[in-house]
Design a protein around this ligand. Structure first.
Ligand code: PGA
Length: 258
């Protein structure tokens, strides 16, 4: 049976970057997005402090024609509300205008001790709020050197993905930890191996939904390597960090999407 076409997604993870003045960069993304192929979705995940302001700008842009852009968030608490000083719930992010939330990014796993079980509960929180969960997995350099990449990814997928995942409510991002922010990327053949393995794992567990889930590659994606990486089988877009901060780079990556 032919595998159904999967609509690509280029997601930008701004991490802890961006003050109010960055709204002009977001406006430039909105302007440029009008020229991006209508077959591609764009997602911008700014720091939580900017979500509501960006959502307002996006809504204003929508009035002049549908935009293939949505706003996302980078993390959420597992609970909807309560005594959790400094935390932000998925419901609050939805209320601010987010349509998707990244969970289990390797920086959250490393900096905040987030386990697969925590990531799974966060993904369920994202769904509870009616949003799309973007769950990140990926091996460290040591794990790759030891030949454990597929075992590590298998364990993360099994532990981090809740039952009930569909092609609509879940996106999986494969981000080798050693490729994030380093300028290093795996070879196209290595990406193909891991993405093929993730597709197989998702299809075994989620059946037809698993065939259509979007699998993003992340880690040092930039305009100069985007088209090669995006052309790899089972790569349905990118999760972009540093290069998503500048509209010109982010849009050039989207333009490299087949
Ligand atoms: P990078 O980050 O593109 O700056 O390597 C990717 C990510 O962490 O999502």
């Amino acid at each position: 049976m032919p595998v159904p076409a999967v609509r690509p997604l280029i997601a930008g993870n701004w991490k802890m970057n961006g003050l109010k003045a960055a709204a002009s960069e977001f406006d430039a993304m909105l302007e440029g997005a009008k020229k991006v192929s209508s077959g591609i979705d764009l997602l911008v995940c700014p720091p939580a402090t900017l979500i509501a302001a960006f959502a307002d700008r996006l809504a204003a842009a929508h009035e002049h024609g549908a935009m293939p852009v949505a706003i996302g968030a980078q993390d959420c608490h597992t609970n909807a509300s309560g005594a959790h000083t400094g935390d932000i719930s998925a419901e609050m992010l939805a209320d601010a205008g987010a349509r998707a939330i990244i969970v289990g990014h390797s920086e959250r796993r490393a900096d905040h001790g987030e386990t697969d079980a925590i990531v799974r509960t966060k993904a369920q929180a994202v769904w509870r709020a009616g949003l799309v969960a973007i769950v990140c997995v990926g091996e460290t350099q040591g794990e790759r050197n030891a030949g454990h990449t597929l075992d590590v990814v298998a364990g993360q997928l099994a532990g981090s993905l809740p039952d009930g995942a569909t092609a609509v409510n879940l996106v999986v991002a494969y981000e080798p930890v050693w490729a994030i922010g380093t300028g290093m990327t795996p070879t196209a053949a290595d990406v193909e191996e891991v993405h093929g393995f993730i597709r197989q794992t998702l299809t075994q567990r989620f059946n037809a939904e698993g065939e259509r889930m979007r699998l993003l590659y992340g880690g040092s994606v930039k305009p100069s390597n985007a088209s090669e990486l995006m052309a790899v089988p089972n790569v349905n877009g990118a999760l972009v960090g540093g290069a998503s901060l500048k509209a010109a780079d982010f849009l050039a990556i989207a333009a490299g999407c087949p």
